[in-house]
Design a protein around this ligand. Sequence first.
Ligand code: NAI
Ligand code: MG
Length: 352
Amino acid sequence: MKKFEIAVIPGDGIGREVVPAALKVLDTLCEVHGGLRFETTQFDWSCEYYLEHGEMMPEEGLQTLANFNAIFLGAVGNPKLVPDHISLWGLLVKIRREFEQVINIRPAKLIKGVKSPLANPKDFDLIVVRENSEGEYSEIGGRIHRGEDEITVQNAIFTRKGTERAMRYAFELAKKRRGRVTSATKSNGIFHSMPFWDEVFNDVKKDYPTIETESIHIDALAAFFVNRPHMFDVIVASNLFGDILTDLGAAIMGSIGIAPAANININGKYPSMFEPVHGSAPDIVGKGIANPIGQIWTAKMMLDHFGENELGTKLLDIVEQVTEAGIVTPDIGGTATTNEVTEEICKRIKQL
Ligand code: NAI
Ligand code: MG
């Protein structure tokens, strides 16, 4: 029996609706599979917790989380109670940074029965590997003077280690997929960092002779996400470029409610964190109509992370059977509730 210990943080808003749904699906999957068990421990860290305790998580929160195999998070944020910069930085960003989750991965794929806003989306199935710890999102720089003579300098930081590990992650992933890596560059416009990025990419690719590669400038790449996303397999991108591309990826799938994500710690010192792309959706909280698929697909990424790829693939197949049958929430054009979608997925898992 394989056993994984999971720290569960439902967080705020619909996080508390979709996390229980996804855990139910995981439990059902484990029951049917037999040889696998997830032992979950719930933490009520959230904006309400903040109102009571003056912090988003207890001081020893990170130490507590460090003992788990993974963190499964819903969404954080309730701007009516706590300003977003306090809630997100006090929990989500803190975990990502302190636990050295240097890679962010977000797949985007045409899901059966879900209408893409693209007129001709074909059968795209891609995954963006985003460098999650450095690059353009740095605190280095400054401002002097104010007004007419004002000067601002914002430095981007690219280390060879950080760049190389993101690229190697992308190549390793491509080996398990369709064997193709696209590098998001901008070496025609950004003078130092992007020619460096290209150089590292050219060095790393020598170690993967069976992988097909290409480098595409980020502006053209953004356009290709719209008019030929089926051409891509794995895309590796810097922090900023990856941030933008992954939102575009979620958009072409048809709803933010189905998009999953993972923040990966690759040195094995700390757990990785799995969370859907969407936030706490205050506009639909309590209505029972939150789409659970983003959180369920996130659970599939956690299965993949633990080497249970076969089970993960089965789970996503079942999700697609359910969407194809039209049993979906209003955000993707249906009338089903969170519970109805979840029950239908569980029912089909039991038929495996
Ligand atoms: P949001 O993702 O919560 O909602 C955007 C829109 O998408 C809303 O209309 C919402 O109803 C819809 N939506 C989102 N998830 C859905 C789902 N599963 N099913 C059906 N519809 C869904 O983004 P918003 O409104 O900008 O942010 C709300 C709060 O969430 C803020 O406090 C924000 O800071 C936080 N947030 C947290 C994130 C996280 O925890 N990773 C990510 C994004 C926002
Ligand atoms: Mg973003």
